[in-house]
Each structure stands twice: as C-alpha cells, then as structure tokens.
Design a protein around this ligand. Structure first.
Ligand code: ZN
Length: 80
C-alpha cells in the first residue's frame, strides 16, 4: 500500500488498519479489513476517511476524491 500512503491513506474506521482485501474482478467489490474483518463499500471507506481528505487538501475535496479513485484503480491493477 505504498502508493496509497504516499497520498491519502485509507484506514479502517473500526480498527485503523490500512490493509484491505477485495475482489478485483467485481466492479462493486467491498473492501474487507484484513485485521478486524469488517467489510466496507468504497463509498463508506471514503466517507470514513473524509476528515483526512479535508485535512490534506482543505477545500479541494473533489480533487482529493478523484485522487483516491486513481489510487484505488492502481491497486486494482496490482492485485492481479
Ligand atoms: Zn478493521
């Protein structure tokens, strides 16, 4: 998860773990925390990490969300 932590790190809102398991084959995959096992949709994860997005980039939240989208796509590719 080096690429992601370089920009905005997504953490599990339950246990703050930053490693997630997901099915890269599925468009609407859920992200399962590798630590506590709780599953989240991408939207839920983004929402849970919104405070970081705001802290990092203040009022350019939309831009930050697009960055996360890009990072997630990179992860999708790597997971193959
Ligand atoms: Zn967790």
């Amino acid at each position: 998860m080096k690429d992601l932590s370089r920009n905005i790190e997504l953490n599990c809102p339950i246990c703050a773990n930053d490693q997630f398991e997901y099915d890269s084959e599925l468009e609407s995959t859920t992200y399962k925390c590798s630590d506590c096992g709780k599953e989240f949709t991408k939207d839920e994860l983004l929402e849970a990490n919104e405070y970081k997005i705001n802290a990092n980039l203040e009022d350019v939240k939309q831009e930050a969300l697009m960055e996360i989208e890009k990072e997630l796509k990179k992860i999708f590719k790597k997971s193959k």
